[in-house]
Design a protein around this ligand. Structure first.
Ligand SMILES: NC(=O)c1ccc[n+]([C@@H]2O[C@H](COP(=O)([O-])OP(=O)(O)OC[C@H]3O[C@@H](n4cnc5c(N)ncnc54)[C@H](O)[C@@H]3O)[C@@H](O)[C@H]2O)c1
Length: 325
């Protein structure tokens, strides 16, 4: 079962070894449609908004592999899958650089008020050049704080070298290799929040990172600081963020992800000018989306054929269900 058509032709390869049940419509499947569609399926290719829980796994009756078309897998109950002997895979690495590019696009757009300035121009309000017109914040030479120095965190830090920035990061693990290669500095979360001009969030969504950036964390940030989130919406407490932005306790935010997606029309963030909001497009380049589809299909096919998939999430399953390498 494939819940939405991936970009590229990876499904042609899959069709050579399996009967492919595909949602051909350009909309997410409803919960009921997935529960019905997954019946008797050996594999599932899911998207980040598909909630894959024990009920869905049981609805299949024979599910062997869940291949998520994303690196984040917070939509999947991995423990429930492992308990049922179901392999879970994801699409790391292929989207790292593209997502780091978007984090940087948001840093630049928010600091230099790009979307606000464009709205101003399109609305015909540009009457003259003025020294104070749409003045923003410099990026060059400032301090960038990165929360989560994993694959995407490192790629974001690498780009900061071109802007001659000091980079501070916090993580549950130290990344000494990145420290050496990029000259970045490890610090505790409080220090990163206090000293950074830009804070970019790259931790995965897990129970321990839900509202990882909340009121207390926002209060530690500089009044002139900008928060960028390209990880998952619930990692940031959106109401606390709205209040901090509205009261100008921080200067701005660039957001690709939201607590509820798609964003609801009544979301108060939509009324603020000091935010740049984009619709979860972190990995949205043609090459990367094709690569994600390819990897999702490779993961699925390898597992179904008893081979080690390129990106297995629940590695502990190999103790009871070994695969050939
Ligand atoms: N917006 C998008 O379209 C998009 C695209 C790709 C990835 N993502 C999100 O970005 C996340 C990061 O991706 P990645 O490939 O860099 O993952 P990764 O696993 O390589 O990096 C995550 C890092 O966060 C750290 N971390 C985990 N818990 C932490 C905590 N409590 N405090 C501090 N650090 C913690 C980990 O140690 C790791 O270094 C994904 O989980 C996904 O949700 C979003």
């Amino acid at each position: 079962m494939v819940t939405r058509q991936p970009l590229g032709n990876s499904l042609d390869r899959l069709a050579k070894i399996a009967e492919v049940r595909l949602n051909r419509e350009d909309r997410p499947m409803t919960r009921e449609e997935i529960l019905e569609g997954v019946k008797d399926c050996d594999g599932l290719i899911s998207l980040p908004y598909d909630r894959v829980d024990g009920e869905l796994m049981d609805a299949s009756g024979r599910l062997k592999v869940i291949s998520n078309h994303a690196v984040g897998y917070d939509n999947i109950d991995v423990e429930a899958a492992t308990k049922r002997g179901i392999f879970v895979t994801n699409t790391p690495d292929v989207l790292t650089e593209t997502t780091a590019d978007l984090a940087w696009a948001l840093i630049l757009a928010t600091a230099r008020r790009l979307t606000e300035a464009e709205r101003f121009l399109r609305e015909g309000r540009w009457r003259s050049w003025s020294p104070g017109l749409m003045v923003g914040t410099d990026i060059y030479g400032k301090t960038l704080g990165i929360l989560g120095m994993g694959r995407i965190g490192v790629a974001v830090a690498r780009r900061a070298q071109g802007f001659n920035m000091k980079v501070l990061y916090s993580d549950v693990f130290r990344n000494e290799r990145a420290e050496k290669e990029l000259g970045i500095e490890y610090a505790d979360l409080k220090r990163v929040l206090k000293e950074s001009d830009f804070v970019s969030v790259h931790v995965p969504l897990m129970p321990s990172t839900r509202h990882f950036v909340g009121e207390a964390e926002l209060n530690l940030m500089k009044r002139s600081a900008i928060l960028v989130n390209t990880s998952r919406g619930p990692v940031v407490d959106e109401l606390a963020l709205y209040k901090a932005l509205n009261e100008r306790r921080i200067a701005g935010a660039g957001l690709d992800v939201f607590e509820r997606e798609p964003i609801e029309p009544e979301n108060p963030l939509l009324r603020l000018n000091n935010v740049v909001l984009v619709p979860h497009i972190g990995s949205a380049s043609i090459d990367t989306r094709i690569a994600m589809g390819d990897l999702a299909v490779k993961n699925l096919m390898a597992t179904l054929q008893g081979r080690m998939p390129p990106a297995l999430v629940n590695k502990e399953i190999l103790k009871t269900k070994p695969l050939t390498s």
